[in-house]
Design a protein around this ligand. Structure first.
Ligand code: A99
Length: 298
């Protein structure tokens, strides 16, 4: 029956690495979810723009995207992707050359575009370059933070010109999955390395209670949380995609990795959701429940 169960799983895109994982899954009554890339898409997108100077949005994005085109940062990719919509030729989205590009790790980027000094980054990038942050920019930054977005600042020739709001959207099924798990008497918990503001706001959106959120967690702390829950009597599944989820995936009774995640997470997990669908957390538990009910009947 276990062989059948793992086979059925494989045919549904749920790779179960052995009988023990399939058996443990039917006892799971608590699931710890990583946030980024598990509950969220894991790929930030531009959701809003606030211009502080009178200028055309297309020109603003041309300067910002030409600068960001030189960076591999996920926020840079979001800006470049968004800028494409202002251009007819999608094949070649950047239409101005940037020179003297500088990347300031953890702060942002700078370059010269159309003979203008462009900077795109956070507050410290601006302050370190003696660029004043006006009150309306501060207010926009606070608003973005409240909505679990990242506000990045754009300056042109030393003047703050706009705030770009970027967010990593929830996976379309995330809210429903959490709600179905609740109806199955399975408690959901979210752990993330991100700050508390973003974490709480995403948790609210997805339907996880604030008391079941742990933010600013290091990889070892994710694993510790799993062990704490086990010590208080829960059978715990961990769902994650990143290298930093690996210790928790190993510690859990059932580690589930998102198929699109990192190889290290996939290796650490007992079950791999090959289609990267969050719904398959439920498929796996259902399958385990069916398999082990059947064994008991036989
Ligand atoms: C996040 N352009 C603009 N601002 C920048 C840039 C740039 N090229 N580089 C740095 N900054 P860092 P992190 P992350 O949506 O959260 C989903 O230490 C600024 O490690 O969480 C998300 N997501 O204000 O490199 C900018 O804290 O990446 C992400 O917040 O970033 C940034 O971000 O790894 C990634 O400097 C700050 C994948 O930069 C700190 C999925 C964006």
């Amino acid at each position: 029956a276990v062989m059948v169960g793992t086979g059925v799983g494989a045919s549904q895109g749920v790779l179960i690495k052995g009988g023990q994982a399939l058996e443990s899954a039917h006892k799971v009554n608590c699931i710890v979810f990583d946030k980024t890339g598990t509950l969220t898409v894991g790929k930030p997108v531009v959701v809003n723009t606030k211009l502080l100077k009178n200028m055309v949005l297309r020109d603003f994005y041309e300067l910002a995207a030409a600068t960001e085109a030189n960076s591999e940062h996920p926020l840079a990719k979001a800006v470049v992707e968004y800028a494409k919509k202002f251009r007819e030729d999608e094949e070649n989205p950047i239409w101005s050359e940037a020179r003297d590009f500088v990347s300031v790790t953890g702060h942002g980027v700078k370059a010269i575009v159309q003979n203008k000094k462009i900077m795109v980054g956070n507050k410290s990038l601006m302050l370190d370059n003696n660029i004043a942050i006006p009150i309306d920019a501060e207010e926009t930054l606070m608003e973005t933070e409240e909505m679990a977005q990242i506000g990045i600042l754009v300056s042109i020739d030393g003047e703050l010109t706009g705030v770009v709001a970027i967010s990593d959207p929830l996976k379309p099924s995330a809210r429903e999955v959490i709600s179905i798990l609740k109806s199955m008497d399975i408690q959901s918990i979210m752990v993330t390395g991100d700050n508390w503001g973003t974490a709480k706001s995403i948790a609210k959106e997805v339907g996880i209670e604030t008391e079941n959120v742990i933010a600013e967690a290091k990889p070892e702390q994710k694993a510790e949380k799993v062990k704490d829950l086990q010590a208080s009597g829960f059978t715990v599944a961990m769902v994650g995609d990143g290298i930093n989820d690996s210790p928790a995936l190993v510690a859990a009774d059932v580690g589930m990795a998102i198929g699109a995640g990192t190889d290290i997470a996939i290796e650490a997990a007992d079950i791999v959701l090959m289609k990267s669908n969050l719904e398959d957390v439920i498929t796996a538990i259902d399958l385990s429940r069916k398999t082990f009910t059947r064994i008991r009947l036989n």
